[in-house]
Design a protein around this ligand. Structure first.
Ligand code: GDD
Ligand code: MN
Length: 364
């Protein structure tokens, strides 16, 4: 009977997957296991390498996702594709210590635990030779996570853990964010019942083949995920990102306006018009890179997207002013009138651009 599925998210890991399978197989002797690689159509041919391996070893499978990106969502899809009662998640790049797997499994089988976490931040664990800035960033992210975390985990950022399938199923039902890199934190913050866990120390190894995919976007996605959890998941996660970008746009607008009106002596009307265009464009670019990273428009579609974005937001601005003015005429307080106008405009902009700018039939 299948006892354990090992889920491996991959993006450009062609040089690592065979070695990882061999090491995992050696570590898990005596346990009935399978490995599910979830590959986001890596250009280096990772999925093909896994398929070749799977031809000769039925315990290996590959889920290939096309037109999608994301470490967390890959893990979720891999876990949902498994029929095993226990699931492990491990990086493909050999940085996690696969020799911990049997001990994790024994602990879960022993009962009383839902999750066993491979932890860098408990006694005799460690982060290898990360540079100082990455180490600081990791510690900062860990501290921030306390806002949404219901458990006193030392290493909620870990991407190496084992979990019972029923615990995952409950989280999926309760609504995981599935955004970004931090699947373990997502699980802990979402679980409807407190997860019973234990942490096992391990030394984070250095990467040998391939490159890390951690970039500044990952930090943004992390922040958006925390906000989503903090707000209890009632607001769509893309709307949160869209609104944050909108807030930045306001800053850009005021900056350009000040420069042109106060600095360059332009008329207020022209300065305001120019500031509006610059802010719309910067909002468009930022949303394209951050909010819609997975559906990012490029080349010709980027230009087309800019037109539809500006058009949609112009209508949104009209709605904003119209509603604010209507409320103000009806003797509402000027501040609440303005906020109502901005809210209606923002929701309109979000809803219309979600459909016409980023999810037109061609890009779907
Ligand atoms: N399917 C898929 N899609 N896999 C991805 C993607 C993606 O968009 N991005 C990264 N991966 C895979 C990589 O191929 C690798 O197997 C694993 O996810 C981790 O990615 P790295 O780019 O190597 O991340 P890292 O080493 O900086 O961070 C890791 O260590 C952290 C500290 O423990 C990750 O495991 C983090 O989750 C972990 O917190
Ligand atoms: Mn790595």
């Amino acid at each position: 009977m299948l006892q354990l599925s090992v889920i491996v998210p991959t993006f450009n890991e062609v040089g690592n997957v065979v070695e990882l399978r061999n090491r995992v197989a050696a570590a898990l002797a005596g346990i009935d296991w399978e490995m599910i690689f979830v590959d986001d159509d890596s250009p280096d041919g990772t999925a093909q390498a896994v398929r070749e391996m799977a031809q000769a070893d039925r315990r290996v499978r590959c889920i290939r996702r096309v037109g999608r990106r994301g470490l967390s969502s890959a893990c979720i899809e891999g876990m949902l594709a498994s029929s095993a009662p226990v699931l492990a998640v491990i990086d493909a790049d050999l940085q996690h210590d696969e020799k911990l797997l049997p001990q994790m499994f024994a602990l879960i089988e022993g009962g009383g635990l839902d999750v066993v976490v491979g932890s860098r931040y408990v006694a005799s664990g460690g982060i290898g030779d990360w540079d100082e800035s990455r180490a600081t960033a990791s510690r900062l992210a860990t501290r921030l996570s306390r806002v949404v975390l219901k458990a006193d985990l030392h290493d909620p950022m870990s991407g190496f853990f084992m979990i019972r399938h029923d615990a995952v199923a409950a989280c999926v039902k309760a609504g995981l964010s599935g955004v970004g890199f931090k699947i373990l934190l997502d699980l802990f913050a979402t679980s409807p019942m407190p997860l019973r866990y234990r942490e096992l120390p391990y030394q984070f190894r250095n990467r040998v083949a391939g490159q890390s995919k951690l970039d500044t976007n990952v930090a943004w996605e992390y922040f958006v995920m925390l906000l989503d959890k903090f707000m209890g998941g009632v607001v769509p996660i893309r709307f949160i990102a869209f609104s944050l970008v909108g807030g930045l746009g306001l800053v850009v607008h005021l900056l350009v306006l000040t420069l042109l009106f106060k600095g360059a002596g332009m008329s207020f009307l022209w300065a305001q018009a120019a500031a509006t265009m610059v802010a719309m464009t910067s909002n468009y670019v930022l949303n394209n890179v951050l909010t819609y990273r997975d559906l990012r428009l490029r080349g010709w579609r980027f230009v087309r997207g800019w037109f539809s974005f500006v058009l949609a937001c112009s209508v949104g601005a009209l709605a904003n002013v119209g509603i604010a003015d209507y409320l103000f005429q009806k003797d509402s307080f000027w501040v609440s009138s303005a906020i109502a106008g901005v809210l209606v405009g923002a929701v309109w902009n979000y809803a219309v651009t979600a459909v016409y700018t980023w999810k037109s039939p061609k890009s779907a």
